[in-house]
Design a protein around this ligand. Structure first.
Ligand code: COA
Length: 286
């Protein structure tokens, strides 16, 4: 008696990090790394899910719980195990986890081919989530310098106002893990913006990137690029931020890729939607 192999959704552990990271790279998502999944696990292991079929690992999905909002990402199923229902099961588990927490709204970035699937799950399109990548030499600016650990509390407070929720766990971790990639723009003792980045698969994933004073957006990115001259920069922007979109579309060296859709379930469309926030509004993704 054979029967269908058992399908199971279980919690992720540290031993699954290489599997999860390999799966998202195979799906073409170069911004994620082993460190991204370590961060998700360290933040909230209860929101990290793995699908198994007959004991074989076949998919991953991550639910990130902030204080009032949630975010679902990293939904990928191994190619040879697709259309067996794993994607739906993983997503449902992540959604149930966030719904049980009583969050106000849940967001995601849906690839074009998955939008109708998410619509069936109660999500609606909010705006385009644009992708840019490019390589350029950049330029140093005297008022841009490394972020200091003692400035993190203030930065996290500002970020909370812009992002619309508390993602300080990810910001603190980014400074600890990649101090060289965390910069602030300061004039007359006043923090006017910041930029952070993390290494992905042969690229530098930029974000968060915030400009309290809009004129500081370009110097921050130029300075970051000047310190990573040989690397491709990759970043995402919500098309609600007209200033960020204008800047990147006119920036020599950046190419715009295929966009996805920022989608939301619940009343609030606030997460990450702020004119000072230039790079995409997900804590873990930057
Ligand atoms: C999207 C993905 C996770 C779906 O996983 P899956 O295990 O094949 O999905 P399921 O078998 O549970 O199917 C769920 C639904 O999505 C639909 N679907 C799955 N893959 C699809 C695709 N590539 N295009 C359109 N619809 C698709 C199925 O038909 C099913 O719809 P139904 O309930 O009306 O029958 C998988 O195709 C994948 O890993 N894709 C690459 C990464 C990706 O695009 N992730 C989502 C980005 S936001």
């Amino acid at each position: 008696m054979g029967g269908a192999p058992e399908v199971k959704i279980r919690g992720m552990s540290a031993a699954d990090i290489d599997f999860a990271s390999g799966l998202v790279h195979a799906a073409g998502w170069a911004s994620e790394s082993m460190d991204s999944f370590s961060a998700f696990l360290a933040h909230d292991p209860g929101g990290c899910f793995i699908a198994e079929v007959g004991g074989e690992r076949g998919g991953v999905c991550i639910a990130t719980k902030y204080e009032r909002h949630g975010f679902i990402g990293e939904l990928v199923v191994s190619k040879h195990l697709r259309l067996l229902g794993l994607g739906q099961l993983l997503f449902q588990r992540a959604l149930d986890y966030l719904l049980a927490a009583g969050l106000e709204s849940i967001g995601l970035d849906g690839d074009l081919n998955a939008v109708s699937f998410y619509e069936k799950m109660g999500f609606r399109k909010v705006c385009r989530s644009l992708r840019f990548r490019g390589k350029f030499r950049g330029k140093k600016h005297a008022h841009v310098r490394p972020l200091r650990p003692e400035e993190l509390d203030r930065l996290c407070g500002l970020d909370r106002d812009f992002f619309g929720d508390d993602r300080s766990f990810f910001l603190r971790r980014r400074l600890e893990s990649f101090p060289r990639n965390c910069l602030v723009a300061e004039r007359d003792g006043e923090m006017r913006g910041w930029i952070m980045a993390r290494p992905g698969d042969n690229l530098l994933a930029v974000g968060p990137w915030a400009a309290i004073v809009p004129e500081e957006a370009a110097p921050l990115l130029e300075h970051l690029a000047s310190e990573h001259g040989s690397e491709t920069l990759r970043l995402g922007v919500l098309d609600r931020n007209a200033g960020a979109v204008r800047l990147l579309r006119s920036w020599p060296g950046f190419q715009e890729g295929i966009h996805s859709w920022r989608m939301v379930r619940g009343p609030s469309e606030r997460l990450g939607d702020h004119p000072a926030l230039y790079a995409i509004g997900s804590g873990a993704k930057g």
